[in-house]
Design a protein around this ligand. Sequence first.
Ligand SMILES: Cc1cc2nc3c(=O)[nH]c(=O)nc-3n(C[C@H](O)[C@H](O)[C@H](O)COP(=O)(O)OP(=O)(O)OC[C@H]3O[C@@H](n4cnc5c(N)ncnc54)[C@H](O)[C@@H]3O)c2cc1C
Length: 460
Amino acid sequence: MKIMIIGGSFAGVSCAFRARQLYPEAQITIVEKNQLLGFIPSGFIQYVTGAVASLEEAVFVQKKDLEAAAIAIHLEEALVACFPEEHRIETTKGGYEYDRLVLAYGSIQESQLLEVSDEEALSLVPLAYKNFESAHILAEKVPTANSISIIGGGQAGMEAASAFVQLGKQVSVFETMDYPLFKYFDQAFLAPFLTDLEGIEGLTIHCNTSVKKITQRANLERTVLEETILEGTNKEATSFEIETNSGVERSDLALTMVNVHPKANPFYQVFESHSDNTIKTDAYLETSQADVFAVGDLIQIPALALKEQTYMPLINNAVRSGLVAAENLMKKTQPFKGGLRTIGTQLFGWYLASTGLLEAEAFNYPGKIATKSFAVPARLFGGAVIYSKVTFDADTHQVLGVQLLSQENCLEKINTAALAIETKQTLEALMQKDYFFQPAYTPVFDVINQLGVGSGCDEI
Ligand SMILES: Cc1cc2nc3c(=O)[nH]c(=O)nc-3n(C[C@H](O)[C@H](O)[C@H](O)COP(=O)(O)OP(=O)(O)OC[C@H]3O[C@@H](n4cnc5c(N)ncnc54)[C@H](O)[C@@H]3O)c2cc1C
């Protein structure tokens, strides 16, 4: 049996490894258009902050790992056409027949609304670093850039901002919404963090600001006034103009850290799709074409807290959907459960984590929602506070969402909260869960137990 997988990233690679375990006789091939396999999307940040010594090291898997598992990998080769009725594909390097095809070609980070001027110049300095080639070019530009504009205050944009401020850059973040990270946190909950950001030197966050156009001025022509303003800075590097609804700003580098979305490729027309370019699948991740599966950032998945389909481009979702597709390749046995949009990150010295439903999403929930917010110490002696907010069904007390914020690392707790939501725990049940106590590491009453007690309760 021939299994062809298009895309050698989180979804494609996890599918390949699981398929190898399940179907030892199968011939498994991954076709990947990039030159480097398994480059992680924040690899550029890991590199510029010194977490890895080279961009080549910012990978989660290597070619030799796949080869050791007898999985063939064709790098620098891209899918160009699909003929599902003939069980055949064409790539930039040839044609292949398959018994099962897995589409795992993911997403791109490109704004569909933003006007970008001087395409030629931008092809020299990319606006995003999700892939290795772009990261490579940008990594050379960062040392000479004094100022960096980041379009989008989501998780990736704020992680970039935090890293660049740490490197001593002047960073401007442009965010259309009222506050950054709106997808994962309620605004009032973030107050301690947002207040702290106001005092951070080198960081300016422009909220309620839409970027309309980015222009790279390859051949700079400056007025005398501009020359005066730029006196003492690295004039050579200054080359981007960011036009927003409230004015124009200049910077040495500009990054569009906007939401990712699948690219509408020509071959994609043969599959039924949603208006956001995601490919439609059934519960077993099979597309509208028999024997063709789609996984990862290419698909919408069930949002567990809301009981609806949604686009949730996260690595854990990509990995899990890849595994589940492998299970279903021969016989459809495992429906894909979906996800809770669980995230955790560290920004400007704060740890932030979220899973499930926000209060701001209450209008999407079929029942009545209530919330509790409270702060508990992270450990008995000398620890920081953990700010917590739980969203739950007002009638059944079933937990629907949890947000955590602290200057102490509390990120791992969000996975317990996600498990609690997935297994439909109530606040009362959480209060009785068994947690260890050790004064150097825990408070007397763990934050997850505390969700069931909290303080006060706001009905919505
Ligand atoms: C800057 C940034 C930071 C992020 N950080 C996080 C994070 O910390 N945590 C998290 O959970 N999520 C994060 N994400 C989201 C995460 O990147 C995606 O959810 C994840 O990469 C999806 O994996 P995937 O395998 O579905 O697709 P992708 O990772 O997009 O991979 C698709 C692969 O297919 C290849 N490909 C594309 N077209 C073709 C073709 N025609 N032929 C052959 N190959 C092709 C691509 O080269 C790529 O290797 C981040 C995203 C960005 C942009």
